[in-house]
Write a protein that binds this ligand. Structure first.
Ligand SMILES: Cc1cc2nc3c(=O)[nH]c(=O)nc-3n(C[C@H](O)[C@H](O)[C@H](O)COP(=O)(O)OP(=O)(O)OC[C@H]3O[C@@H](n4cnc5c(N)ncnc54)[C@H](O)[C@@H]3O)c2cc1C
Length: 417
């Protein structure tokens, strides 16, 4: 009797469980919440759909579109983002383009021709692509707020997967890539979880490892455990450093959702605020998901980054109320707060070195595999999370030696979006 235990019931865990359920006698998904779906699950406030982070669905290939098409029917949406550089909410045309465009630079009274990319660090990369004035105005403070470290201390590699080079005027957020939204991601998880054994409300806290074999999975602060046999397999989708003494730096995100009495409230689905306020961006959900009937109300979220060891300042709720009254000219009907401590993997050399050590140890554990945005410490899109889960499922029998596994883990991290 061979059992596959999958830790985490998000998109990665459920895709892997679905693909592997016929290969094992039993496949069991363990999830800490009483609901599945993880970060991209859709919830509602007063009938308005939202996800924790606004989840845009991208497809780069026909195969990817076909995969999503079997699960949901997404609607194409023409996503544009605005950038507010002085904290004053203005009209769409008065705000700046994001990604950064040529007309942004001329509006600053500057001109710039992109240079050969300088990959020595994130700051130098951005300056080589958009010039110093634009970097200072649109990027620098946003990144300090978002990541909690100076762009000089971030790797430039991270930028390869983001739309950060100079774009034509009024750029689409996702360039030529097909982008849209299904209205709700709930049907995706309903379909993926059909016929699966899912144990909810169970928070995994560690693994019992002996002689490079997992012997048990601990949960509820190590007070309980599930014993497993050496032939069983554990697929992790939780923060990989949970199981090792080496620790990685993650950036957390607090979202304050505000239901307002006016719709629309913002000029577009996402507006970034590099230089003012505690938040990095405001998202308006009906714009984002294409939801039309919202009874004259709207739902927006304020994204406030933090680190576990750096408590947030307390005045952000007052800041939010002031912004809604004085900039949006609306009334807050209610607010809901949600946070994720392990939201963004911080792309620094120190983290990459630590990750290498962790993946080495992980590769040496016979019956252990790790995937997903947390399990690979990688800021991957939903489509990439699915591809990675399917790649592991297709290759799990072939990954016998630690060297094979290490190469496999590293290859999975090479492409993120
Ligand atoms: C703010 C934000 C915005 C994003 N926007 C987009 C976007 O627009 N488009 C896009 O394609 N991708 C986007 N992504 C990426 C997308 O969220 C990921 O690709 C997706 O979440 C990957 O799913 P996952 O299963 O790997 O991780 P998760 O969704 O995080 O799933 C992990 C699961 O593990 C569970 N879990 C955690 N700890 C424990 C524990 N101790 N015990 C048991 N269970 C546990 C969680 O509850 C969760 O269900 C975004 C990511 C972020 C952070």
């Amino acid at each position: 009797m061979k059992t596959c235990y999958i830790i985490g019931g998000g998109l990665s865990g459920l895709t892997a469980a679905n693909a592997l359920k016929d290969k094992f006698n039993k496949t069991i998904v363990i999830e800490k919440h009483n609901d599945i779906g993880g970060l991209c699950q859709t919830y509602q406030i007063d009938g308005i759909n939202y996800e924790f982070g606004p989840h845009v669905l991208y497809s780069k290939t026909v195969e990817q579109s076909a995969f999503w098409g079997r699960l949901i029917t997404p609607k194409y949406i023409d996503y544009h983002v605005r950038c507010c550089i002085d904290g004053q909410l203005k009209s769409y045309d008065e705000l700046f383009d994001f990604p950064i465009s040529k007309r942004n630079i001329s509006r600053l009274g500057e001109s710039y021709i992109p240079q050969e990319p300088d990959y020595s660090n994130f700051e130098n990369y951005m300056i080589s692509q958009i010039g110093k004035a634009s970097y200072e105005t649109f990027v620098k403070n946003y990144n300090i707020k978002q990541w909690g470290i100076h762009p000089k201390d971030m790797l430039a590699d991270w930028a390869k997967f983001r739309p950060l080079s100079l774009k034509p005027d009024n750029p689409r957020m996702f360039g030529d890539v097909w982008a849209g939204h299904p209205g709700s991601y709930r049907p995706v998880f309903d379909k993926l979880s059909q016929d699966l054994e899912i144990v909810t409300d169970t928070k995994v806290s560690g693994l019992g490892i002996d002689n490079n074999v997992i012997k048990c999975i601990y949960f509820n602060n190590n007070n309980n455990k599930i014993s497993i046999s050496p032939n069983d397999v554990v697929i992790n989708t939780l923060p990989i450093d949970l199981f090792f003494e080496e620790k990685l730096d993650w950036r957390g995100s607090l979202k304050v959702f505000a239901l307002l009495d006016t719709c629309p409230a913002m000029p577009t689905y996402s507006t970034t605020f590099p230089n003012n306020y505690s938040w990095t961006r405001i998202v308006e959900y009906p714009h984002h998901s294409g939801q039309e009937n919202t009874n004259g109300k709207t739902l927006i979220s304020f994204a406030i980054p933090y680190s576990i060891n750096e408590p947030l300042q307390n005045d952000y709720m007052q800041e939010i109320h002031d912004f809604v009254i004085h900039q949006i000219h609306a009334k807050v009907i209610k607010t809901v707060k949600k946070h994720e401590d392990f939201c963004y993997p911080i792309s620094s050399q120190q983290n990459i070195d630590t990750l290498e050590k962790i993946l080495n140890k992980a590769s040496n554990i016979n019956n252990f595999y790790s995937i997903g945005r947390l399990g690979l410490f990688a800021y991957i899109s939903m489509t990439r999370a699915i591809q990675i889960a399917l790649e592991l499922s297709n290759n799990i029998d072939k990954l016998s030696s630690p060297a094979d596994k290490m190469t496999f883990f590293k290859k999975l991290r090479e492409e993120l979006w």
